[in-house]
Write a protein that binds this ligand. Structure first.
Ligand code: FES
Length: 113
C-alpha cells in the first residue's frame, strides 16, 4: 500500500491504491482544509508534493482551473481532493498555510492543539 506523510506535522498513514490525498488526510487526522467537500470547486485543499509527484493521477482541467485560485502555486502544487495515489511508493506532502487555516476555521475546537 502507498505510504503518505503529511508535513509540517509528520503524520503518516498507509492507504489503498486509488485513495486521494484528501481521503488519506481525513483517515490520518491531518489538518487539511476542504471547503467544497472534495468536489473540485475551490482551492482550499492545496498541497505541495515534495516526494512521489509522479505516482499521482494526472491533473485534469478542473484541477488546473481551480489551482489557479490558490495562493503561492508552485510546480509541485496539487489539489488534494483530485490527486490519487496510483502506484506503490512513498509520498510526502506539505499542507499549504491557506489549507491549514481553512481546516482550523472549519474545526475551531482544534485551534488550541
Ligand atoms: S476540497 Fe475544494 S477543490 Fe479540493
Amino acid at each position: 500500500m502507498p505510504r503518505i506523510r503529511f508535513e509540517p506535522d509528520g503524520i503518516e498513514i498507509e492507504v489503498k491504491l486509488g485513495t486521494t490525498i484528501l481521503q488519506a488526510a481525513e483517515q490520518a487526522g491531518a489538518q487539511l482544509g476542504s471547503a467544497c467537500g472534495g468536489e473540485c470547486a475551490c482551492a482550499t485543499c492545496h498541497v505541495y508534493v515534495s516526494e512521489g509527484l509522479d505516482g499521482l493521477s494526472d491533473m485534469d482541467e478542473c484541477e488546473e482551473d481551480n489551482l489557479d485560485k490558490a495562493f503561492d502555486v508552485r510546480r509541485n502544487s496539487r489539489l488534494a481532493c483530485q490527486a490519487r495515489l496510483q502506484i506503490e511508493r512513498a509520498c510526502v506532502v506539505t499542507i499549504s498555510q491557506a489549507s491549514r487555516q481553512t481546516f482550523l476555521d472549519e474545526h475551531p475546537e482544534l485551534r488550541q492543539r
